[in-house]
Write a protein that binds this ligand. Structure first.
Ligand SMILES: *Cc1c(COP(=O)(O)O)cnc(C)c1O
Length: 360
């Protein structure tokens, strides 16, 4: 079997040129006679890999000089604890709960201080982003937390919340590098890379320098202190070196494609193909309020569980895989990240049309 169109939410599709290049370099990375997997993380070759990866990411996102870029392990979920441990000086934080990932972060933070849920969309199964223009921000909040793109429910903040001067912390796991962002509006931007960037097992944290201090909560492990990793250039201990190498290749691929402005254009074009079809279909329905729709994760249902299952099965047989919705939502979900070509979305919509005709 050849390559399929993989709509997985994560680990997810990667750009084919990146996979091919990695395959070519697998046994002998540029004359070193070894794979990057076998290479010392203290070697000059690896230092160049991580330095270039950081620089390319800085170029892509126009990251200001007063922000550090950290390549850390523990995935996005580890940040749910690391953020309060490092940022809770007053032991107060405000959370906007727009889905399972935000909820998990909210629950984890409660181990460390007083955590306020200042907005939520749980009343309608997280199918929208609440109005965040005038929220009851706590005067002593150390930060305001959001999950910017909700992978499971398929919603995205189109406007950042008004934090009334408080530091904004955002989990961007599933929208990382999908469009341009103004980094200066955030204190921390972080994301697990296995959604829209690279292989599983790493999180990238972009953090404003004044938030990197030794003044962390008592008992915070050395490994969970941002300063440890910032001071060591993400090489305090052995990093996920192969993941950094692949992410670096993806950054170069994104640059070659025209950067984040071009990715936004492409992502809008791809998402429109699917949403336009959903809006006129009499069988399939999108589950998200149009104003909150994600460009990356598109959940939809037929309203009939058996028909949903039939669709997922037949789509798989047609080479359109991993369309089953999250276990908590049911139905289907198509994740159409940067590396999903427009042809993949067109093939999906053609298949949905055919299925609709056959099952009318
Ligand atoms: C997948 C995901 C996570 C969890 O990532 P891990 O790397 O598995 O910990 C957190 N937040 C969002 C938005 C996600 O999509």
């Amino acid at each position: 079997m050849g390559r399929v169109y993989n709509f997985s939410a994560g680990p997810a599709v990667l750009p084919e040129p990146v996979l091919k290049e990695a395959a070519e370099e697998m046994l002998d990375y540029r004359g070193t006679g070894m794979s990057v997997m076998e290479m010392s993380h203290r070697s000059p070759e690896f230092q160049q890999i991580i330095d270039e990866a950081e620089q390319d990411l800085r170029d892509l996102m126009h990251i200001p000089d007063n922000y550090k870029v950290l390549f850390l392990q523990g995935g996005a979920s580890q940040q749910f604890a690391m953020i309060p441990m490092n940022l809770m000086k007053n032991r107060v934080a405000d959370y906007i709960v727009t889905g399972q990932w935000a909820k998990k972060a909210y629950q984890e933070a409660q181990k460390y201080g007083k955590v306020n849920k200042i907005a939520s969309s749980e009343d309608k199964t997280f199918s929208y982003i609440p109005d965040c223009s005038d929220l009851p921000i706590s005067p002593d909040a150390d930060y305001v937390y959001i999950c910017e793109n909700n992978t499971i429910y398929g919603t995205k903040f189109k406007e950042l919340p008004n934090t009334k001067g408080k530091t904004l912390v955002a989990d961007v796991s599933s929208c990382f590098l999908s469009e341009p962002v103004d980094v200066s509006k955030y204190g921390i931007i972080y994301g697990g890379v296995q959604k829209n960037i690279g292989p599983a097992g790493m999180v990238i944290v972009i953090i404003r320098e004044d938030l990197i201090t030794e003044d962390v909560l008592p008992g915070t492990p050395t490994m969970l202190t941002y300063k440890t990793h910032a001071d060591a250039g993400s090489l305090y201990n052995t990093p996920n070196s192969y993941c950094i190498y692949i992410c670096g290749k993806v950054f170069k691929w994104l640059k070659s494609m025209g950067g984040l402005e071009e990715m936004k254009r492409r992502n809008e074009e791809k998402a429109k193909i699917l949403y336009d079809y959903l809006d006129q279909s009499s069988l399939f329905k999108g589950t998200v309020e149009p104003a909150s729709r994600s460009l990356m994760n598109v959940p939809f249902v037929t309203g009939d569980k058996e028909l949903d299952a039939k669709f997922v099965k037949e789509a798989k047989e047609a080479g359109l895989v991993n369309l089953k919705g999250h276990r908590t939502v049911g139905g289907m979900r198509a994740s159409i990240y940067n590396a999903m070509p427009k042809e993949g979305v067109e093939a999906l919509v053609a298949f949905m049309k055919k299925f609709e005709e056959e099952n009318a």
